[in-house]
Design a protein around this ligand. Structure first.
Ligand SMILES: [Zn+2]
Length: 278
């Protein structure tokens, strides 16, 4: 027989799961056609075969910075205009995204974060800008990271992590009377991780869609740029620091989505938003 406690737990779980799934995305991620998937698969295979992978070489710091600044000067104004236009319905949304070089992180990486006062930052490490094979790769990664800000992914991820922790915490509280506080804290930490992972590919693909629009509008080639993500590189450096390929595991779906997004922009003149955006 279903006890009152189980029913209560079920209801609570249902309510909290509804809160987790409420953190949605704004943009439609176009469905990749069979042709997009096939082209993506052959590009992916090309990058994974040393005989056909696009050649690269580590630039000197000075040459890398020169190339980086040139890309920033073209991408930044386009991205900020795009951001203002796309977030016109979110009063006070900060579109003044500061693009910086993180001189401390010793691994090839790029990320989006906020200053203590909440200003958006997109940071590239020095090894990352030295290792980009062309300006299109830099432009695409830049657009992709800006996509995380415009999509408000960090904010939504934090909300999800809290809701995920509540689900597991509530279950632990109901299933064990007098549960050890330390065990509960552990379970809550696991819950936070689960909440984060559940949305990672959804947010990644939304960032790819936004990044494609920004890269294209700035006059770079998003498909050529997105090949950066397909490179079979180390996920960590020897000290265990995560690289860009550690936080962005290579997959063909990303390339197929970029190809489909380019076709969608050409057909509709821009991105399309979901009818009931969060
Ligand atoms: Zn990303």
């Amino acid at each position: 027989m279903r006890s009152f406690k189980t029913a209560l737990r079920g209801g609570l779980l249902f309510g909290l799961l509804a809160a987790v799934s409420a953190c949605g995305t704004t943009y439609n991620v176009p469905e990749a056609s069979a042709n997009h998937t096939q082209v993506a698969a052959s590009m992916f295979a090309e990058e994974h075969n040393p005989a056909t992978a696009k050649a690269g070489g580590r630039l000197s710091e000075a040459a890398a910075l020169r190339q980086f600044l040139q890309v920033v000067s073209r991408v930044e104004p386009v991205a900020e205009r795009f951001c203002k236009q796309e977030t016109a319905d979110r009063p006070g949304f900060d579109c003044d995204i500061n693009i910086v070089v993180d001189q401390n992180m010793p691994v090839r990486n790029a990320y989006q974060t906020y200053t203590e006062s909440g200003r958006p930052i997109v940071a590239f490490t020095l090894p990352m800008i030295q290792d980009a094979r062309n300006p299109d790769e830099l432009a695409f990664v830049m657009g992709h990271e800006m996509g995380h800000h415009i999509g408000q992914h960090m904010h939504k991820k934090q909300q999800q992590a809290m809701a995920g922790a509540l689900v597991v915490g509530a279950l632990a509280a109901y299933s064990n009377v007098g549960v050890d506080q330390r065990v509960l804290q552990d379970t809550m930490a696991v819950g936070a991780g689960v909440g984060n992972m559940a949305y990672s590919q959804t947010y990644e693909l939304e960032s790819d869609v936004i990044g494609t629009a920004i890269t294209k509008a700035a006059g770079y080639d998003p498909v050529k740029g997105a090949r950066f993500f397909a490179r079979p590189e180390e996920k960590t450096n020897q000290d265990g620091n995560l690289s860009f390929w550690g936080t962005h595991p290579p997959d063909q779906k990303r390339l197929a989505t970029v190809l489909a997004t380019v076709d969608g922009i050409n057909a509709h003149g821009g991105l399309t938003k979901k009818t009931s955006s969060q």
